[in-house]
Ligand binder design. Sequence first.
Ligand SMILES: [Zn+2]
Length: 454
Amino acid sequence: MTSDGKGVRAMRWWQGLMMAGAAMVATGEVAAKDLLISNVTLIDGTGAAPLPGASVLVSGDRIALIAPGTIQAPAGAMKIDGTGKYLLPGLIDSHIHLVGGRMPKEGGGTYVDKPLAIRTLQGFLNAGVTSVYDSGNNADFIFEMRADERAGKFPSPRIFAAGAVITAPGGYGDSVFGLTVSDVKTDRAKLQAQFDRKPDLQKILFDELGNYGTATAPVFSEETFAGIIKMANSNGIPTTVHAASESESAESIDAGIDGFAHPVRSVITDGFAKRVAAKRIPVSTTMAVFYHIATIADHPEFLETPLFKASVDPAELQKQRTTERQRYINSGMAAQFKIQNPYSAKTIKKLFDNGVILTAGTDRTWGASLHMELDLLAKAGIPLLPLTRIATLNGAIYLHKEKDLGSIERGKLADLLLLNADPTKDVAAYGAIAAVFKNGEPIEIKPLDTMTAK
Ligand SMILES: [Zn+2]
């Protein structure tokens, strides 16, 4: 990606930053393949203590060298003075549903709005999020977005996706993105067709509650549940489950699940937390979704913060202020979640205290929501140093991509976030974004309203 227009654009952006007074020096007329960030405080994503005065050398798309002191810059390297700055891996949101795949049409039906999805993906980058896991969507839409992202067709965080979610006939999620399975034998061809699309992590629904306030929903038999997981695994695909109660979550462990797409939706026993920890099954935290819905009724002003403006499409933001806010209030969801949120916080803290691998996930579709999630996790009592790992490496572990992503370690892909403030001192520092890199290349931070105009 050096000789095409993309590299040239990246250089222009760098030059702009330099003119804006940032202490950066770029050499050469084409985009450099080496990048040296020096004298920076390194927060590597593993949960290790910050390392001040460090240098990180990126060669091509990977981290080539990390030193506690200085590194000699290779000829032609792009150099960044990290004095006063903090270098982290790019943030990972381990639970989103990308907007645009299933837009409601007036008078019924849905349509795909790809430009909206592309703006929203830019919004994630604007918020420092360099990887997302789409936990269920219109499969055609999200797999196309994933292919386009991998082909570099537009600026985007890395997209990992489930596509269709697997549920029992008539079960939770059946009517939305569901692929229904009554038993593995009967539905083998259907399952194989889904696995052939290479979901990065297969999401399975196992929730007898049904949707809020609706009738109890059917779930798989134990045998079917285990059979689906076995078939996914034999296709090289790990699995994650949406389960609501402790008993459903325990049954999911018995069935062989690799991850939890949510924590249990009420208080949990220590015994359960210990079991999840011992099995090393990661849990996506997803506090932001309920907090967003609960808070929009009384305090919708959070929508006006710079991060929301930088990461939510203007028309979608207006919907949140108006029709969506009304919907959340009228449906009773806002009131219900307001009661529930303190219990979720307790459950998360108990999981953390028992050593469970937590990964920050929002169940939303905006970069700003991940910052809300991190704030909620801090408020739930998670110390800020382990939170740096929950925001980064643990997401990669959840996605089974930790060999390449999630931490600043030699040989890994250079998805980086440079901050102007210390996130181990103040959780708000995640919003003090100086620069974002994906594959070792600087990402242009673009206001979304300029993208909407055309
Ligand atoms: Zn979800």
